[in-house]
Design a protein around this ligand. Structure first.
Ligand SMILES: [Zn+2]
Length: 217
């Protein structure tokens, strides 16, 4: 609601070129180079689409996460859609269920939304896959950590997957906004596997991260 009033008072302009009508215009979105990176880990096979170091990508993620500007949502979905079309088709089987990396319930209440769920919606719609966020929850509110080793320790046991008949043997595509060390997704994948899910895949919109943002997660 407030977002709409805000949009009325301050019409949207592209953050890169100033064109009116959207927080990020189509031409600027199309100009961001798709730079997929992939990882094969014991827990999951993952792909991340864009360099976090690209200022446009960094700004969009910052706006939605820290400014809570949901007007950046269509732009993030469009970027995720570019990965889905180019890389996502064939990345995971057609019976895959798309699950976003959850926020802790308290964090979700504070922010009002989970940006990873926006991305998961976009990916699922583009690839024609089912969504299944009810399968996974974050049971421990983790503290921001900077070092890789701390990050890994920080998320151990942080997630719980609710076992269900529909989950049994089902491949899962986990979706997050940024891939830093992969510790979060690996922990999510472990919880899902323990609850009976099939093979786990991972998608993150961006890989790598600036030092400043690392501290603010
Ligand atoms: Zn533009």
């Amino acid at each position: 609601m407030f977002g709409r009033v805000f949009d009325f008072l301050f019409p949207l302009e592209c953050i890169a070129c100033g064109a009116s009508g959207a927080h990020a215009c189509r031409a600027c979105l199309a100009s961001v180079p798709l730079a997929p990176q992939s990882w094969r880990l014991p827990e999951l096979r993952a792909s991340a689409a864009f360099a976090y170091g690209h200022p446009f990508v960094r700004r969009l993620l910052h706006d939605v996460k820290f400014e809570r500007w949901t007007c950046a949502r269509p732009a993030l979905e469009a970027l995720a859609g570019r990965w889905a079309v180019k890389v996502g088709k064939g990345f995971c089987p057609p019976e895959t269920v798309v699950v976003s990396v959850p926020l802790h319930a308290r964090k979700l209440r504070e922010r009002g939304f989970n940006q990873a769920a926006f991305l998961a919606d976009g990916i699922a719609a583009t690839l024609g896959l089912r969504r299944g966020d009810a399968w996974l929850s974050r049971v421990v509110r983790t503290r921001p950590q900077t070092e890789a080793e701390n990050r890994a320790r920080n998320v151990v046991g942080a997630f719980h997957a609710q076992s269900s008949v529909s989950m049994r043997g089902r491949p899962v595509l986990l979706v997050d906004d940024v891939w830093t060390t992969g510790a979060t997704m690996r922990e999510c994948a472990k919880a899902l596997r323990q609850a009976g899910a099939g093979q786990v895949f991972g998608f993150a919109l961006a890989w790598g991260r600036g030092e400043k943002e690392k501290l603010r997660r």
